[in-house]
Design a protein around this ligand. Structure first.
Ligand code: GLN
Length: 211
């Protein structure tokens, strides 16, 4: 089972190392053919508008949308969260309109440009996540069917999931945090080897199917 990391720009190597550390074979995705045979894809942090331009330039938009719509797990971190949102506050065009949320870029202003905090994220167990925020976005609107996975103490939403798409504002890959990648790997394994009774094997993953 292979999981790709979009490797055009941003915090690529850290995701690749995190995947390796949990025994998953990572694939650096630069061209459409790199997506072949993948069971999941990580969209890293960086600068979302740069990512938008590079995705268009290398013709990756359609094949990444197709992979996501086939039900393969997609994890977007920070800028990766911005590019999977259906709506970006301020009216910028979405890149991969997958997740029914409105995301606000650079939501913490100058003083809190970057900060770290211990964040409860019940889906990962009792131990909180050490969350590193770097010019991070927040989710300001959560659509129906979108599950909130983590909030800041002031209740702002910083991690969500809608079926096979997970988006988080912070950078687990910079904190030695592997549980989110493990969750994606579990989803990717289910996608790669659909359980018995699945009609086509390509239905989007849903929380009820988790073992
Ligand atoms: N501020 C960046 C953007 O708007 C995201 C920052 C990050 O990925 N660390 O795209």
């Amino acid at each position: 089972m292979k999981i790709g990391v979009l490797a055009l720009h941003g915090a690529v190597i850290e995701h690749i190392q995190t995947l390796r550390s949990i025994g998953v074979e990572p694939v650096a995705v630069r061209l459409p053919q790199d997506l072949e045979g993948l069971s999941g894809l990580i969209l890293p942090g960086g600068e979302s508008m740069t990512m938008r331009k590079l995705v268009a330039r290398w013709n990756l938009r359609e094949p990444i949308m197709a992979l996501a719509l086939s039900g393969a797990p997609i994890l977007g971190t920070c800028a990766g969260m911005i590019v999977v949102a259906k709506e970006i506050a301020g009216g910028e065009e979405p890149v991969f309109p997958l997740l029914d949320v409105t995301v606000e870029r650079n939501a913490f202003g100058r003083q809190l440009d970057s900060f770290e905090t211990e964040l409860p994220m019940p889906i990962l167990g009792d131990r909180p996540v050490h969350a590193i925020f770097i010019r991070a976005p927040i989710i300001e609107r959560v659509g129906p069917g979108v599950e909130v996975l983590a909030r800041l103490p002031d209740q702002r939403v910083v991690a969500v999931r809608q079926r096979n798409v997970i988006a988080i504002s912070f950078h687990p890959e910079l904190a030695g945090e592997t549980r989110i990648h493990r969750l994606v790997a579990t989803m990717a394994a289910a996608y790669a080897e659909p359980h018995e009774g699945a009609a086509t094997g390509n239905e989007p993953w849903s929380p009820g199917e988790a073992r």
